[in-house]
Design a protein around this ligand. Structure first.
Ligand SMILES: C[S@@+](CC[C@H](N)C(=O)[O-])C[C@H]1O[C@@H](n2cnc3c(N)ncnc32)[C@H](O)[C@@H]1O
Length: 392
């Protein structure tokens, strides 16, 4: 029993540590190290990596609006045409960032609490203005979501050749990249957006940026509201819902409650970006310390978001938690560690792979032997806080 408790507490401790690390240091690279003390009191170290964001520290000369929208269109095209060339993609996103910084004057917001503090939603927390802006610099995330969005619009255009493609953008942040980088690639007679954001300062900034980029013709509505409870006007007209409101392990942000609320309102054929998120546990082996190459096998799907929200036809209130999943660690094989991945399906076969983005950082937990009671039970909690938890 003692070993079981210490195992469970170790997992719990690391999960909490990981969550706090992400919460506290979203802007900085941190390599946090945490300890598990195994039965023979040998400390084992685990590294937790959190994506690195650069601080806002650029200054740029002013460019005229029409020049600016052409520049953004070119940079967006560069990202789309160079998906496998990281340096080119990174440079293009950095360049976009410089223009957005200069246009929005976001630096003037400094690090005041108001623009650094997360905003509570009906379920989960929304990122502050500054943190939401920094998401642009999660390079592979931005490049892949851009590719997913543009190819989905083109696909929808082929399926409905004479229709305007209507997009609902829930959680646009101050840079609203998935309209400001996407709209210039289409005509306003082809795509129309409605934007929603809970953070009033962020949506105001997005509105100003859209005006500066001369993209106002592409926007039908702006809503300052909580996507977890919002009733979408004329919801059935939308072809695409875009909502990148998630973090690794689906920690704290509202992607799940937003889908719970919005999917039943939308047409059943409405496409979603990201289409799904799967939280999955795998076991690594062999146990031997000297082994350099470890194999991995899938242990369990802890949460498949689209499966979990499917039960809501619009009449059900958000549950406090989803069904727990138990993983049994006993058996002949001794494992080295358990890895929990956040697998983000943007669209079709376009996924964020492990460590490619801050959204897909895995959590690795070393296994301490012997195991007296080898069951580990995970569950995804929605109330009072939104996070993956372990049952004791
Ligand atoms: C991770 S940021 C992404 C910003 C931008 N869309 C991007 O992809 O770079 C998520 C944004 O969604 C907003 N958000 C999160 N939860 C929300 C909710 N429940 N209702 C409305 N907006 C929300 C946050 O305030 C934040 O601006």
């Amino acid at each position: 029993m003692k070993a079981f408790r210490s195992n469970v507490r170790s997992f719990y401790h690391i999960l909490k540590y990981y969550n706090n690390a992400i919460k506290a240091n979203k802007f900085n690279k941190i390599i946090a190290r945490t300890k598990i003390v195994s039965k023979n009191y040998k400390p084992k170290h685990i590294e937790i990596r959190v994506a690195k964001y650069k601080r806002f520290a650029y200054f740029y000369g002013k460019s005229k609006p029409s020049m600016l929208s052409n520049t953004i269109k070119e940079l967006s095209t560069t990202i789309l045409n160079n998906q496998s060339n990281f340096e080119t993609t990174k440079n293009a996103i950095d360049e976009i960032h410089k223009h957005y910084l200069e246009t929005t004057k976001i630096e003037d917001f400094g690090e005041s609490m108001q623009h650094m503090a997360a905003v509570p939603t009906a379920s989960g927390m929304a990122l502050s203005l500054n943190h939401a802006a920094a998401c642009l610099l999660d390079y592979r995330r931005t490049a892949k979501f851009l590719r997913g969005m543009v190819s989905l619009i083109r696909e929808q255009q082929q399926q409905q050749p004479n229709e305007i493609i209507n997009i609902f953008y829930a959680g646009c942040g101050p840079y609203a990249p998935f309209i400001t980088l996407v709209a210039p690639l289409f005509k306003a007679s082809e795509v129309q957006f409605s934007l929603l954001e809970i953070n009033a300062a962020s949506i105001q900034m997005a509105q100003n940026l859209i005006k500066s980029l001369e993209l106002t013709d592409y926007v039908q509505e702006y809503h300052t509201a909580d996507a977890v409870t919002f009733q979408i006007p004329d919801a059935k007209k939308y072809h695409i819902l875009f909502s990148e409101t998630l973090d690794a392990l689906l920690y704290r942000e509202s992607y799940v409650p937003i889908l719970w609320n919005m999917l039943p309102q939308l047409d059943e054929n409405c496409a979603i970006i990201p289409n799904n998120v799967i939280v999955q546990a795998s076991m690594t082996y062999p146990k031997s310390e000297t082994e350099e190459i470890r194999k991995e096998k899938e242990a369990a799907v802890i949460l498949n978001v689209r499966e979990a929200v499917k039960v809501n036809d619009g009449s059900k209130s958000l549950p406090e938690e989803f069904t727990p999943v138990t993983i049994n660690l006993s058996g002949d094989e001794k494992y080295y560690s358990m890895v929990v991945d956040t697998k983000v399906q943007i669209q079709g076969d376009l996924w964020l792979s492990r460590n490619e983005s801050s959204l897909s950082i895995p959590l690795e937990m070393e296994i301490a032997y012997p195991l007296d009671a080898p069951n580990v039970t995970f569950f995804y909690q929605l109330k009072p806080s939104v996070e993956l938890k372990l049952k004791n």
